[in-house]
Structures are given as structure tokens and as C-alpha cells.
Design a protein around this ligand. Structure first.
Ligand SMILES: [Zn+2]
Ligand SMILES: [Zn+2]
Length: 267
């Protein structure tokens, strides 16, 4: 398989398990052609459970490069960051992303102020927030993220459905507009297969939005969002079949922050 898993975490984020070597070994077992360590960089003060610390970025980058040398010829190991979007911390996140020669910089919305869209604990707290208000908060964060597009990839673009909220036709219309904006900015959309294992029970994004993304001509990369070695490459067979069914013909691979494309048939 010429498939690279573009979204693999490490223990440095304080909520993932397994050595980096174990993630790489799993990828070799699966016959993937590569993995991208895309660990969290969340620059919220007093939040060490979400992310590596700012001072650890250099150490992290060095560890990925060392492992890449070890696996040369067997597995392509690339380095990246998943930056949590927060306009307040963007300049620092950008400076850190650019100080090292990362292959991929992905930006994702996880929070709006104190409200989390992704943590299981917050799902209970957010239960009383009506769908409209929830979507408004999520889109406000996404829109502001695109105002400063210093990154390459948008991570799990419709993660607001994680705990079972539906992508209504109205919401799909908002995504359609977002996708044309992303295409104009030359951004890549991640298809994140972790959603298959969440209450959402489909990837981020699923069929409806994948079709709209194909219409917008948005390039797509595949990521498992693995927080444990056995999650590397999860559901990639289903994902590539779904992509093809929704009108996508290629997969994007970013190396040195430059996009290359492979045909879905070859993957
Ligand atoms: Zn995580
Ligand atoms: Zn994320």
C-alpha cells in the first residue's frame, strides 16, 4: 500500500499510549508506506493533559528524525504538528512550527473558549447546548482559523458531530462554503478515520461532506488519529473505498510542507 497515515500521536501529549517505535512497527506490519507523527501542540496555559509542552517541541522533532533514520528503506517517517486553533496563541504556534523542518502542519479546532468539542467529559456538559448554538461556536472557531492559514491541513473538519450530533442539510451548506474557502487557500482536508470508533460512527468527514469536498476540488489526506499503536491505519480500507465512491480520485501526501498526489487506484 502506498498509503501514509498522516495523524499519529505520541506519549508526549500525555494522553496517548505506546512507544513511537511501537507505532512505526504497527505501520510496517500493516504494509503502510509511511506515518506522520502529528502530535498535539496546544498552547493553553495550565493544560498539560492535551499536549506536549512548548519546550518539548525540539525534543519531539529530534525523536521523530532519529526514528526516521532507523526505519529508512522500510517506512517513511515524517514529522508534523497538530496545532490546536486559538487565535491568541497563533503567532507562537506559527513560530514553533517554522523553527523546525516539519513535513506537515495541521490545524484543528478542539475548543471554543472553555468549551471542548472533543473531550468525553465535555460531551455531558455540552448536552444542553442547542445544535444551532453548538454549530455557531464551532464555525466561529473554524472561520477564525482560516483567517490566518499558516498551516497545510485542516484536521477532523466536522468533529462537532463526535458525540452524535447530526450534519443537517443546513450545516452541510455551511461546510460547502467553508470547503470553497479552503480550496481557494490551497489547504488539504484530512479524512480522519477515528470517527468510525466514536458515537459519530463515520469518519470526519463522512459521506455527505466528502461529496461536497470532491465538488470543491479539495485534496484529501488520510489520518487515523492514533493514540495507541494498534490504532495506526485504522479503517483505511473502508476509508479509501468511501473516498472513491464520493468522487475522489487521489490522495495527498505532504513532505517538507509540499503536496504530492497519488492516484487512489495505486493506494
Ligand atoms: Zn489527542
Ligand atoms: Zn485533534
Amino acid at each position: 500500500m502506498f498509503i501514509i497515515d498522516y495523524h499519529v500521536h505520541t506519549r508526549l501529549c500525555n494522553h496517548a499510549a505506546g512507544s513511537m517505535n511501537a507505532y512505526a512497527r504497527r505501520a510496517v506490519e500493516l504494509g503502510l508506506s509511511g506515518i506522520v507523527f502529528l502530535d498535539h501542540l496546544t498552547l493553553r496555559p495550565d493544560d498539560r493533559r492535551s499536549s506536549m509542552a512548548e519546550e518539548e517541541v525540539g525534543l519531539y522533532y529530534g525523536a521523530v528524525r532519529r526514528l526516521a533514520r532507523l526505519y529508512r528503506g522500510r517506512l517513511e517517517i515524517l514529522s508534523g504538528l497538530e496545532i490546536d486553533h486559538n487565535p491568541e496563541w497563533n503567532p507562537r504556534a506559527r513560530e514553533l512550527a517554522e523553527r523546525f523542518a516539519f513535513d506537515v502542519v495541521t490545524a484543528s479546532v478542539h475548543f471554543s473558549g472553555d468549551m471542548s468539542f472533543v473531550s468525553r467529559k465535555s460531551a455531558g456538559r455540552n448536552r444542553d447546548v442547542p445544535d444551532d448554538a453548538f454549530a455557531d461556536a464551532y464555525f466561529a472557531a473554524l472561520d477564525s482559523m482560516l483567517d490566518d492559514p499558516f498551516f497545510d491541513v485542516v484536521g477532523h473538519v466536522d468533529v462537532l458531530k463526535k458525540f452524535g450530533r447530526k450534519i443537517s442539510p443546513e450545516l452541510a451548506g455551511r461546510f460547502r462554503k467553508l470547503f470553497s474557502r479552503m480550496a481557494a487557500l490551497n489547504l488539504v482536508m484530512e479524512m480522519n478515520t477515528s470517527g468510525f470508533d466514536h458515537p459519530a460512527a463515520e469518519p470526519y468527514p463522512g459521506e455527505t461532506l466528502l461529496r461536497l469536498a470532491a465538488e470543491a476540488g479539495l485534496p484529501v489526506c488520510l489520518g487515523s488519529d492514533a493514540h495507541a499503536p494498534e490504532q495506526v491505519g485504522r479503517h483505511f480500507g473502508d476509508a479509501t473505498r468511501l473516498l472513491a465512491r464520493c468522487g475522489h480520485t487521489r490522495l495527498t501526501q505532504l513532505v517538507g510542507r509540499k503536496a504530492r498526489f497519488i492516484s487512489l487506484d495505486a493506494a
